[in-house]
Design a protein around this ligand. Structure first.
Ligand code: NAD
Length: 260
């Protein structure tokens, strides 16, 4: 389905990004794998993708917390593949504290990585998509792009911001064959949230699994976390021709979190 297309997935060395990259590779897309991983490990992951899926793959560990890092990532991708047809802005970090205690440096890096990076990759890659008349941009937001939680000022601000960016870029490209959508997951089983599950377990003196269940049901009617592979399936659908008129959407996959 995606043979001949190239997909760049930021933050694809682990978690959701890795699962999405795997689904797109399975469908035949060439992949730019990206994340903060050392070059040797990244090379092993790159080779694993090429061998397993029979596609071409590039690995980049550009730090995308500033404009230059994003420019480097895009330049490397274009040098290798000539074009990027599918852009998934997924890299993200988390930090929790009340707004009055929120470290300024943490605020700056969450806004840079979770929001500004998507602006940079989009501004650099959308002209090529416009020229070719086809493109898919998928921004991994969060339920926190739609509703708030305590202690997450920077994260919630960045995720609401990326939902807004999604809508603007969708409108600007509505007649150019490019769709732009945001995915808004609830709890997903990855490293990013494992620390929050462990903290609840430590606080209540219970097992990791019980801590995880308690954190999840505090927000979600469904007591289980979404699996990263399910987000891969959703991303794959958004890349299909069937999803050709879905644009500007923010799609929750959240165990009922935002239905309440
Ligand atoms: P993760 O920690 O497993 O992966 C994050 C990825 O981002 C890694 O590849 C990491 O190397 C990369 N990254 C972080 N900072 C970077 C930087 N400065 N430069 C380059 N790469 C950098 O996290 P995840 O859970 O897979 O999260 C992926 C996305 O999904 C994030 O945007 C997150 O906000 C969002 N999300 C996650 C959940 C969840 O429950 N896990 C829920 C909703 C939304």
């Amino acid at each position: 389905m995606l043979v001949g297309k190239t997909a760049l997935v930021t933050g694809s060395t682990s978690g959701i990004g890795n699962a999405m990259a795997a689904k797109l590779a399975e469908a035949g897309a060439n992949i730019v794998l990206h994340g903060l991983m050392d070059a040797l490990e990244g090379e092993a992951l790159r080779q694993e993708f090429e061998n397993r899926y029979g596609i071409e793959c590039l690995f980049s560990n550009a730090d995308i917390s500033n404009a230059a890092g994003n420019e480097q990532l895009v330049a490397d991708a274009l040098k290798k593949f000539g074009q990027v047809d599918i852009l998934i802005n997924n890299a993200g970090i988390q930090y929790t504290a009340s707004v009055e205690d929120f470290p300024v440096a943490k605020w700056d890096s969450i806004i840079a990585i979770n929001l500004s990076s998507a602006f940079h990759t989009t501004r650099l890659l959308v002209p090529g998509m416009q020229k070719r008349g086809w493109g898919r941009i998928i921004n991994i937001a969060s339920v926190h792009g739609l509703v708030a939680s305590l202690q997450k000022a920077a994260y919630v601000a960045a995720k609401h911001g990326i939902v807004g960016l999604t809508k603007v870029v969708a409108l600007e490209n509505a007649e150019k064959g490019i769709t732009v959508n945001a995915i808004c997951p609830g709890w997903v089983d990855t490293e990013l949230v494992a620390g929050q599950f462990q903290a609840a377990a430590d606080r209540d003196g219970v097992s990791f699994e019980e801590g995880k269940r308690r954190v999840i049901i505090d927000k979600q009617p469904m007591p289980q976390a979404t699996q990263p592979s399910s987000l891969g399936e959703l991303a794959l659908f958004l890349c299909s021709e069937a999803a050709g008129t879905m644009t500007g959407s923010s799609l929750p996959i959240d165990g009922g979190w935002t239905a309440q």
